[in-house]
Design a protein around this ligand. Structure first.
Ligand SMILES: *[C@@H]1O[C@H](CO)[C@@H](O)[C@H](O)[C@H]1NC(C)=O
Ligand SMILES: *[C@@H]1O[C@H](CO)[C@@H](O)[C@H](O)[C@H]1NC(C)=O
Ligand SMILES: *[C@@H]1O[C@H](CO)[C@@H](O)[C@H](O)[C@H]1NC(C)=O
Ligand SMILES: *[C@@H]1O[C@H](CO)[C@@H](O)[C@H](O)[C@H]1NC(C)=O
Ligand SMILES: *[C@@H]1O[C@H](CO)[C@@H](O)[C@H](O)[C@H]1NC(C)=O
Ligand SMILES: *[C@@H]1O[C@H](CO)[C@@H](O)[C@H](O)[C@H]1NC(C)=O
Ligand SMILES: *[C@@H]1O[C@H](CO)[C@@H](O)[C@H](O)[C@H]1NC(C)=O
Ligand SMILES: *[C@@H]1O[C@H](CO)[C@@H](O)[C@H](O)[C@H]1NC(C)=O
Ligand SMILES: *[C@@H]1O[C@H](CO)[C@@H](O)[C@H](O)[C@H]1NC(C)=O
Ligand SMILES: *[C@@H]1O[C@H](CO)[C@@H](O)[C@H](O)[C@H]1NC(C)=O
Ligand SMILES: *[C@@H]1O[C@H](CO)[C@@H](O)[C@H](O)[C@H]1NC(C)=O
Ligand SMILES: *[C@@H]1O[C@H](CO)[C@@H](O)[C@H](O)[C@H]1NC(C)=O
Length: 262
């Protein structure tokens, strides 16, 4: 109780508007630290933050992905939900392409199958008129979600979630490039984005998953067993303030109204 009140006061006096721009700076920094830039995409200049929320396969507990968090296979087994938070209201009336790619298949040391395409879908719209609400797909995926299953003995892989603004011709054009018969392996999101004229990603996020419960390359006790990674795992380019912001928002205004207000 005291903690919540304290956080509320700090957040309201210090300002969530700052936290919002901090979040894009932090994910940008995290992408560089994890060599996602320039290894996977040449540039990353997000104009929105991407919330990725998994529901733990064994406990059902909601897990909010912070950039670079370590998660287990059980935590990432189900298709996540996506939330887009931006102060730019133009985004609220746009359609988006979402993807999840693994640049570390088969292993980070031998990425011979990289990138592996875990998810690719256009037709995502913000379900409502407030900032920071759920993204809902209005079309079928080009590649349905398949969960991380890095091979036994592998170091944890990076799973990169990217959002692009969807051009008007995407639904007509994209299925000739990627469809259900297109191999998942040796995908190149940068080449795809060029061919499909997606431009640079407008938001992104990422997490690590190792084989089985080995998300950390050692003991996975920090995140296993359904504990909130957000409360135990300050990560590269992320930290407690961001978590508290997310949790507080969820606790106080599940509809995301706070982003709208602030
Ligand atoms: C997810 O849960 C299902 C049903 O309980 C189980 O069969 C499956 O092995 C689980 N997958 C993971 C990765 O935990
Ligand atoms: C979103 O938030 C910004 C301020 O952060 C505000 O200017 C804009 O009107 C909001 N848009 C909607 C549709 O909520
Ligand atoms: C808002 O987003 C639109 C579309 O992405 C862009 O054209 C515009 O420049 C952005 N506005 C601001 C203030 O960033
Ligand atoms: C939203 O976009 C559609 C076209 O995609 C347009 O017809 C409509 O006027 C836009 N609405 C607003 C409020 O900008
Ligand atoms: C989308 O928003 C509507 C109205 O707020 C709500 O009834 C519906 O459940 C939402 N859809 C999803 C998938 O959350
Ligand atoms: C949205 O995606 C889900 C699977 O993630 C799929 O079952 C559903 O049919 C899609 N919605 C539309 C309108 O295609
Ligand atoms: C976890 O992964 C690391 C490599 O990242 C490996 O050295 C270690 O043996 C693995 N631990 C278990 C219990 O599989
Ligand atoms: C499906 O994608 C492949 C490329 O992977 C392409 O050669 C083929 O023409 C596409 N199929 C359709 C029906 O567009
Ligand atoms: C992916 O495609 C881009 C653009 O065509 C290219 O510059 C890059 O080298 C490719 N990456 C790999 C790993 O092939
Ligand atoms: C994730 O696990 C790696 C070891 O694979 C460790 O170095 C890193 O500190 C962990 N990150 C977090 C946020 O716990
Ligand atoms: C971003 O990172 C900086 C430095 O690590 C930290 O002070 C700040 O609170 C972070 N902001 C968010 C929103 O996580
Ligand atoms: C986005 O907004 C939703 C709803 O307000 C919140 O639950 C979530 O934590 C926010 N995510 C990010 C990445 O800021």
């Amino acid at each position: 109780m005291h903690f919540s009140t304290f956080c509320g006061l700090v957040l309201f006096s210090c300002g969530l508007v700052v936290a919002q721009s901090d979040s894009t700076a932090n994910v940008t920094q995290a992408f560089s630290q994890a060599h996602i830039v320039p290894g996977v995409i040449p540039v990353f200049a997000p104009v929105a933050t991407l919330g990725v929320v998994f529901s733990d396969n064994s406990t059902g507990q909601q897990l909010n992905v912070t950039p670079g968090v370590n998660l287990t296979e059980a935590q990432t087994a189900r298709e996540p939900q996506f939330f887009l938070n931006s102060s730019n209201s133009t985004l609220l009336n746009q359609t988006f392409v979402l993807t999840i790619v693994d640049p570390d298949a088969l292993t980070p040391q031998n990425p011979s199958l990289a990138q592996f395409r875990h998810f690719l879908s256009g037709g995502f719209r913000i379900n409502g008129t407030t900032n920071g609400t759920l993204l809902v797909n209005v079309t079928a995926a080009l590649s349905d979600f398949i969960p991380p299953t890095p091979p036994a003995g592998s170091d944890p892989h990076r799973y990169i979630v990217l959002v692009f603004a969807q051009p008007p011709t995407f639904e007509d054009d994209s299925r000739a490039i990627v469809n259900s018969s297109t191999p998942r392996q040796n995908f190149n999101i940068t080449a795809f984005a060029q061919t499909a004229q997606l431009g640079s990603p407008i938001a992104g996020n990422f997490f690590f998953t190792g084989p089985g419960d080995n998300s950390t390359g050692g003991s996975a006790s920090g995140t296993a067993g359904g504990s909130q990674p957000s409360s135990t795992a300050p990560s590269a380019g992320s930290n407690g303030a961001f978590e508290v912001t997310g949790n507080l928002l969820r606790a106080l205004v599940p509809t995301g109204l706070l982003w709208f207000i602030l």
